[in-house]
Design a protein around this ligand. Structure first.
Ligand code: BGC
Length: 442
């Protein structure tokens, strides 16, 4: 027997994001973007999983699996539909969600912002607005006060990398999907400042709670020629935000796959040139990064096993990223706030969870301070630009009837959570499948 044992206070959970599951998020920038994206978004979110009204049963299902944590986000567009006007009924709604989570015996982890913004904030320039740090702090304070003292874990902003690159490097499908270096840099500054003000607010209002950033991260592999370009990407996609997380209590790790930079014949020299000619950096480098998928950088090698998103099937990427971020911040706790895959074959999810956890356990045995594993996602949902095609859920959702069906992978993860043990030698392996949906460029 080679059972791997996890700590008894380990967080075992599943995650959702408001816009992806609630439905009817009509005051948000994404609601408009879904209708006005020039074809970048495959279909509108519509009623999603109706989680806004069905949350009690979804939370009960999560608890019945044996998991102990629910990570979900509160929706700024509902809470502050216009500048300075807070909707007390919406704040009460999210308080009810927190209370339901707690009553089910679960630990709530609340994300203050998961991609979507109120329409009026977007109109002011979103994360590039000069007001954004103050606006985000004001909103965060209202939420923290309304949710009471029963939330021990807060994520401030979900994947600022996806937000800044997605909006201003154009190839991730986030609004407004343009290539604009000045705005890209401004958005990074806005995201970091907003994050830090939210962290300070949480520390002030809820000194017992743990607060952190949820960081987009991939395992990276580059050959020698690709190294300068890869280092630059690492810096602007990950480290600028890690540096901004200096006061965080934990870092949320969100890893799905591995990216390669093995054909650097155009990318690396141009990046080097861009870095050498500092004034040109802003012009050259972002355009080259935006071209990455087409020209040099690759998400999966030819013939490799891929997921529905076109990403390499690489569960162990999670542990590699945890090791890397533990080197950046040796004293900080890490929590896996997302790890998962889109697949039509649930056996692939079981294998993904088992292999990912085995690799994570090895990293922990080497001293990496991981406090929990939260799977993405609790249920099949609206996968942003890709619509409802990709299936990330532990629980299936029938889009016609809204009926939920618990998948075997949910029981598999729940069993590990209940026992705190993983039989690493007998992780069920799925038959190899090759499937491709609509690569989003990430
Ligand atoms: C995001 C989720 C998204 C998932 C899969 C993460 O980057 O936080 O909202 O659904 O990746 O693409």
């Amino acid at each position: 027997m080679t059972d791997l044992t996890f700590p008894s206070d380990f967080l075992w959970g599943a995650a959702t994001a408001a816009h992806q599951v609630e439905g009817g998020n009509v005051n948000s920038d994404w609601w408009d973007w879904e209708r006005n994206s020039g074809g970048r978004v495959q279909e509108p979110s519509g009623s999603a999983c109706e989680h806004y009204i069905r949350f009690p049963q979804d939370i009960a299902l999560l608890a019945s699996l044996g998991l102990n944590t629910y990570r979900f986000s509160v929706e700024w567009a509902r809470i502050e539909p216009s500048d300075g006007v807070f909707d007390v009924a919406e704040l009460a709604h999210y308080r009810a969600v927190v209370d339901t989570v707690r009553a089910a015996g679960l630990t709530p982890m609340v994300t203050l912002n998961h991609f979507t913004l109120p329409r009026w904030v977007a109109a002011e320039g979103a994360w590039t607005s000069k007001r954004i740090p103050a606006l985000f702090e004001r909103y965060s304070r209202r939420v923290i006060e309304a949710l009471g003292d029963g939330v021990p874990w807060y994520c401030t902003i979900n994947e600022p990398t996806a937000v800044s690159c997605g909006a201003y490097m154009s190839n991730w499908g986030q609004p407004p999907s343009v290539v604009d270096t000045r705005l890209w840099k401004q958005s990074i500054a806005g995201l970091v400042a907003a994050h830090q003000r939210a962290i300070a607010a949480i520390h002030e209002l809820r000194p017992g709670a743990k607060a952190g950033l949820a960081v987009y991260s991939v395992e990276r592999e580059a050959n020698a020629g690709g190294k300068p370009a890869e280092d630059y990407k690492q810096k602007v996609e990950e480290e600028v935000f890690l540096e901004g997380a200096i006061d965080d209590d934990f870092i949320g790790i969100q890893t799905y796959t591995r990216h390669y930079l093995l054909r650097p014949w155009i990318y690396a020299p141009l990046t080097r040139l861009g870095l050498a000619l500092r004034p040109l950096e802003g012009f050259v480098v972002p355009r080259v990064i935006a071209m990455k998928t087409a020209v040099a950088d690759t998400q999966a090698l030819p013939g490799e096993r891929i997921t529905q998103m076109g990403w390499e099937y690489r569960p162990e990427a999670l542990a590699q990223v945890c090791r890397r971020i533990a080197r950046f911040y040796p004293q900080k706790d890490l929590v896996v706030t997302e790890h998962g895959l889109a697949t039509l074959d649930d056996r692939e999810r079981i294998e993904f969870i088992g292999r990912g956890l085995a690799a994570l356990h090895a990293a922990m045995a080497d001293g990496v301070r991981v406090r929990g594993y939260i799977h993405w996602s609790l249920m099949d949902n609206f996968e942003w630009a890709s619509g409802y095609g990709p299936k990330f859920g532990l629980i299936g959702v029938d889009r016609e009837t809204q009926e939920r069906s618990v998948k075997p992978s949910a029981h598999y993860l729940g069993g590990i959570a209940r026992s705190g043990q993983l039989d690493a030698e007998n992780v069920p392996s799925a038959p190899l499948s090759v499937q491709r949906f609509a690569p989003t460029g990430r």
